[in-house]
Ligand binder design. Sequence first.
Ligand code: SF4
Length: 283
Amino acid sequence: MSRASQLQQEMGLGPAWLPRDGWFERHPAQMQRQEMRAAAANAAEEIASPSVAAAAAAVNDSPSLDAAAVAGHATEPAAHPTPLPDAPIAETRIKLPRLEWPQLQREVADCQRCRLCETRTQTVFGRGNPQARWMLIGEAPGENEDKQGQPFVGRAGQLLDNMLAAAGLDREQDVYIANVLKCRPPGNRNPAPDEIAACNGYLLQQIHHIQPTLIVALGRFAAQTLLETADSIGRLRGKTHRYQGVPLVVSYHPAYLLRNQPDKAKAWQDLLLARKVFRQAAN
Ligand code: SF4
């Protein structure tokens, strides 16, 4: 039995889904693009003035790469549907100066913009590949995340890893995972509006840097916050939304799925929709 089939069985799903030949294969154009991105980032660091994002934009605009040729792979930095590198961040609720990735990480680590800094153990910035084409966004760190400084750890994180692996996605390479809030609300209470407003600029900057081809909002809170709606997750699932110009698909939070096993099958359907939307957006 294949690895994907085993993972689906562990999730209580079936029948086995197998990725199409070629869909997740590495493409030579991907390798070329990664090399150019690295070179551009190094050049940007050396001359200090242009941002890494601007250097990446130059790579994105490079006529030597055929966007269609690199589309379709989960790890491929295929052409983004919108020119995010130079696009304004439209709805920063509390404006932050544009920061480079390491500065952004330091800013979050030291942040005292809301009361959650008083009760957190540490901030949880995010995890994964900042050049990934998939970005997963959850609500806020829980108890384990607060202790470990990583998003989606413990059983919920393991379930998420299994689902991603079954879809052919590696958690460390193919996705970047972050939360709306970077600090744990005490007692895992719902985040307050002023906390969301204070923290929103960090998430927007993460999206700006990563330039994901697809965003998956995990859980009701993340979906409602990003889409600024009170609609139920049942109404938000199964559709393609947009956030910051990026296609967004809604699914359940893995912690919810641990308590509601029958909805794992729906989450799997969401993942299949996400894969389809990704392919369309990358082409
Ligand atoms: S939740 Fe966000 S805004 Fe509030 S202290 Fe943490 S990092 Fe800062």
